[in-house]
Design a protein around this ligand. Sequence first.
Ligand SMILES: [Ca+2]
Length: 426
Amino acid sequence: MEEMKRQQRKRADDIARKMSPHLRKALSAESRRKAGGSGGGRTMRILLEVDRRPSRGWVESLKRGFASRGYRFQVLRRMPRLRLVSAIVSIPCLRTLCRHRRVTRVHLDRKVRVRLNVATPSVGASALQSRGSTGKGVAIAIIDTGVYPHPDLTKPVNRIAAFRDFVGGRTKPYDDNGHGTHVAGDAAGNGFSSKGKYRGPASGAKLVVAKAFDRNGEGNSSDIVAAIDWVLRVRKKYGIRVVNMSFGLPGVSRCSDDPICRAAERAWRSGLVVVASAGNDGPGPRTVTSPGISPLLLTVGAVDDRRTVRQADDRVAAFSGRGPIAGGRTKPDLTAPGVGIVSLRAPGSAIDRDDPSARVGARYFKLTGTSMAAPIVAGGAAQLLQKRPRLSPAGVKRLLKRGAFRLKAPRNAQGSGELDLRFAVK
Ligand SMILES: [Ca+2]
């Protein structure tokens, strides 16, 4: 009797240990609902971490095993490079999965949002001037709401090297939200439509765009990790060195609780500079969103440049996510302009319709948020990598931090300071 109880406890512990906190929460909410009398036979969208590359054969045998027990187990995607499988499962199946020896962790497939702050009233924000190198020969991957084929990206030559749609499966570049187009321009717009006035730092870089967020700026974790898996697959083909992630989940304290954060770290370790926004939940402490909470990644907060070229008067924006992160480590790593940033407009997109007052002429659009600051740093990283192609991600991070302009602000607000690429011009 005692032995049986002990075994039961151990099994329960095993299940609890492998479930991420959000999945545990969702499951207990589910059992409360059941107790209330509604439902039964409910399913959940999950992400499974396994201890090695999930082969097609292994996934098939898992499916057959569950089918024979009458469990629901519908595989959505298999991501071999990230050792992840996304699926829809019934609750009993979920518990059985947690006991599987090759399953190391099970996450809820959460909704993630690209996060915008309110657009500022029309003020003349200065775009970054190109400082010599333009990121030529380097490709930046952008995981976002897509990209509108704006002339500043497609003329005089088309620099959108690849586009993949994880939301609607379309093959030609589009952006029904507008966020991703702005982000692409923040990093790599060439000012074609403005005689060079509104130009991102990497105005000669190529772009590889994965659409993982829908018209409302909302994405499934499973689509985002699938996008990261794709970037890893095509990185050699397109020369990808930098990945931009202008999105984040609030309230995650450990990277191991968020499969996106884990996947981003894997991309970093495989040699890609992953730039993540700090999020717009400041100014309180511990407000950096995931994957920005990863100690490994290059996490970027936003400053208000106060419409002057000099950096001495710049201030960390109130909304910019602040550190520290778990273990008391400092975050963000850097800051960059993120208030009233003029970049590319995607005509007819959701944000374009929502706020016509943010339009700047016919081709540009003004937005505010750490979402804008991160790609400016991603563009800067591409410029640096053009000059010094042998730099590792850690090397890029170290140099950008060392060269940053120190503001009068705490480390957990500005990181090492505001991006300043002057050191690389010499
Ligand atoms: Ca300034």
